[in-house]
Design a protein around this ligand. Structure first.
Ligand code: ADP
Ligand code: MG
Length: 675
């Protein structure tokens, strides 16, 4: 609405001129938009006429009907139109406080509008002024509202722009009034929007409106639903733009490269599987079949394996590695943390040593390269250090990325570029919702490992307030005395002035006391690799029974004897992350318990955390997390590789995204058929 500081302006853009101006012309071509105005618009991200047209209303207001003041008999939101019949400022507290009040009359009754401590408003609302007022009626005798939004009704206002219709309400910046923005938008929509062309003519938008029509509907819908249809079309275009990029990249890869023959001959996999001590699940064998087909195929594999925590992805990675090694190629396995690298190194050595396959490790602090074979046929495990230039295997056939969600897309590409189009297998335990998967990994084929290995204890999860901590520790002691182990998770290493955020370092002393005589080890991201390894070793071997840790243990750590996890300040984590964390327990046959302790307690926090009490389905939890926190928060910093959508909503537009995806694919096909 018009801020009081902004003076309403009449829109006097020449329609004739406007209908000839280029859509990409800067806003300064508009009448009355000089350097100051264009700077203001720039703050809103508006540089060209097209930007202007895509400035999205933050909401709409139905001004087709105004409420007669006489009919206001309940408190609540109303829109009223009337004239100022009285106004003035009252001062109190020795003139330090004031209230400005105006009385609006619409011919049926009177409404009192008040603003506290804004005495200068007196000059903006003279008696006789016609006003539109939107606000919550707080009292009925007399009818009054506080700090309503207002808009001046001007003589000769085109009735269809600001009044008598559903009007858009825009995000603004200082110096730009709602009225100015809306007036300008009106003439742009009238004179410029019709020339907006279809951005991707080969992609059919089905039943959606044209882009030009969508822009009109977005700003000046005749019905509320029209605005949403307009938004959908513009969101569709955003999805199409991205899908063309993603699918184009994949098509170029297929055209430019031949897959290295890495299907293998089973001579290593057979004995490997024989010695494992368990049978592969259906899900594991299924994914391995897909991988074998990919790695023996004509173009390089690009596959994402999504499997909930504990679904057994490591064995799949090992078998895939063996296929490449059988075929005479080297394999690189990249993991996000040194702890995980160390854990994998141990596990793969155990598996591969009997087969005579060298396993090397390359992280920031540990470097065992050079101990392996010279022909490059073996496995190199590492962290980001693998991306550095020193690592240049001659014979790289397969790149495996574990816990993919911790890496950005660019890092993935970097590692792959090290070889001559090696096969790529990425694995993630964060079951990301499909919309995000298609956006982030749309160029990958996706396998889902739905089923977990048998014999897993169920994880019961409880949400508890701080006051229940004594009981929680009692329970933990019970489990420890039965020979089990426990994790205690804190969200920060040091208290960064975050109030009730406990610090792991400080917490250690307290926890040791509470859990005496059991041994408590501590693990956090700022320890160096060797120290971490020592602590992890202590926990793995059972010398320490309790591991106090930050969320660094989230990723891939596997200690089957650990059955309890207490997560403090649980409200600070996302649901998907909590699910991931609790996946660390319940890996042996024993029943497992996760306790989510809230430092702050509110209905909203409880409701969010309850999702975890009730669901064990990683995908459902991820969807809930996406809805509750939005994609940016959900994925965290590392993966801010998400495109900045203006209209598309990754939490709600799944069908639209699927539609865009198939429409783009059909577009390529038609194009090829036509030429
Ligand atoms: P994640 O998918 O989270 O990476 P892991 O690969 O670490 O899971 O596997 C979790 C545990 O399950 C490991 O101890 C692993 O040895 C075990 N495991 C994997 N596959 C099977 C299976 N088919 N049967 C029984 N246990 C299995
Ligand atoms: Mg894993």
């Amino acid at each position: 609405m018009d801020g009081p500081a902004s003076v309403p302006q009449r829109d006097r853009v020449s329609g004739v001129l406007l209908s000839q101006i280029d859509l990409d012309a800067p806003v300064t071509v508009l009448w009355g938009v000089g350097s100051e105005r264009s700077l203001q618009l720039e703050r809103l991200g508006i540089r060209t006429l097209t930007d202007f047209l895509l400035h999205r209303p933050r909401r709409y207001e139905d001004r087709r009907e105004f409420r007669a003041i006489r009919d206001i008999t309940e408190k609540g939101m109303v829109t009223v139109r009337g004239r100022v019949v009285a106004q003035g400022v009252k001062k109190f507290r020795g003139g330090t406080r004031s209230v400005f009040e105006l009385v609006l009359d619409d011919g049926t009754g009177r409404l009192h509008c008040r603003w506290w401590n804004m005495p200068y408003l007196e000059g903006h609302f003279p008696v006789g002024l016609e006003l539109l007022v939107v606000g919550r009626v707080m009292e009925l005798k007399p009818r009054s509202m506080n700090h309503p939004e207002t808009e001046v009704v001007e003589e000769g206002d085109e009735p269809s722009v600001h009044m008598g219709r559903i009007v858009p309400v825009y995000p603004l910046t200082e110096g730009i009034s709602q009225r100015w923005m809306r007036g300008r938008m009106w003439s742009l929509v009238e004179h410029v929007a019709p020339r907006v062309v279809e951005p991707f003519p080969e992609v059919k938008a089905g039943g959606l409106p044209t882009r030009a029509e969508a822009i009109r509907a977005l700003h000046f819908p005749r019905e509320p639903e029209e605005a949403e249809r307009g938004r959908c079309r513009l969101a569709f275009d955003e999805f199409v733009g991205l899908q063309r990029e993603i699918q184009g990249r994949r098509r170029r890869l297929q055209a430019a490269s031949r897959g290295l023959p890495c299907g293998g001959d089973n001579r290593l996999i057979k004995p490997f599987l024989g010695r494992l001590g368990f049978r592969l699940t259906e899900a594991q064998s299924g994914v391995l079949r897909e991988i074998r087909q990919d790695m023996g195929g004509v173009s390089p594999m690009r596959r994402l394996v999504q499997g909930d925590v504990g679904s057994g992805k490591t064995v799949v990675a090992a078998a895939a590695a063996l296929m490449a090694i059988e075929s005479g190629y080297g394999v690189a396995l990249m993991v996000p943390t040194e702890i995980l690298a160390g854990q994998h190194e141990g596990r793969f050595r155990e598996w591969f040593a009997p087969l005579g396959i060298p396993v090397e490790c390359r992280t920031g602090s540990i470097d065992t390269t050079g101990s392996g074979g010279d022909d490059g046929v073996g496995l190199t495990i590492g962290t980001h250090a693998l991306l550095e230039s020193g690592f240049m295997p001659r014979n790289l056939g397969l790149v495996i990325i574990d816990e993919q969600h911790k890496f950005g897309v660019s890092q993935r590409e970097e590692l792959v570029r090290k070889g001559r189009y090696p096969h790529l297998l990425v694995m993630t335990a964060t079951p990301i919702p499909r919309t995000l998967a298609l956006t982030l990994y749309g160029d990958l084929d996706v396998s889902v490992m739905g089923q977990s290995p048998p014999g897993r204890g169920r994880i019961r999860t409880y949400v508890r307030g701080r006051d229940k901590l004594p009981k929680v520790w009692e329970f933990v002691r019970g489990e420890l005395s039965a020979g089990r182990q426990a994790y205690v998770v804190y969200s920060r290493v040091e208290d960064e002035g975050g109030g009730d955020v406990k610090a792991v370092t400080r917490e250690l002393t307290g926890l040791r006391k509470v859990l005496e005589p059991y041994e408590v080890g501590m693990l956090h991201g700022r320890m160096d690799g060797e120290e971490k390894e020592r602590v992890m070793d202590g926990f793995r071997s059972g010398r320490t029974q309790v591991l106090l840790a930050t969320s660094v243990i989230e990723v891939g750590v596997d200690v089957p004897n650990a059955t309890v996890m207490v997560i403090e300040n649980a409200e600070q984590f996302g649901l998907a992350q909590l699910h991931q964390l609790r996946g660390r327990i319940g890996r042996g046959g024993h029943a497992a318990t996760c306790v989510l302790v809230m430092a702050r307690d509110s209905d909203e926090i409880r409701r969010r955390l309850k999702v975890l009490e009730e669901s064990a389905d990683g995908f459902a939890i991820a969807e809930a997390d996406l809805r509750l926190r939005g994609p940016g928060e959900m994925l965290g910093q590392v993966q801010s590789g998400l495109p900045p959508f203006r209209f598309a909503d990754l939490a709600g537009d799944r069908e639209l995204l699927e539609f865009a995806r198939t429409a783009v694919a059909a577009g390529w096909r038609n194009h090829e058929a036509g030429t």
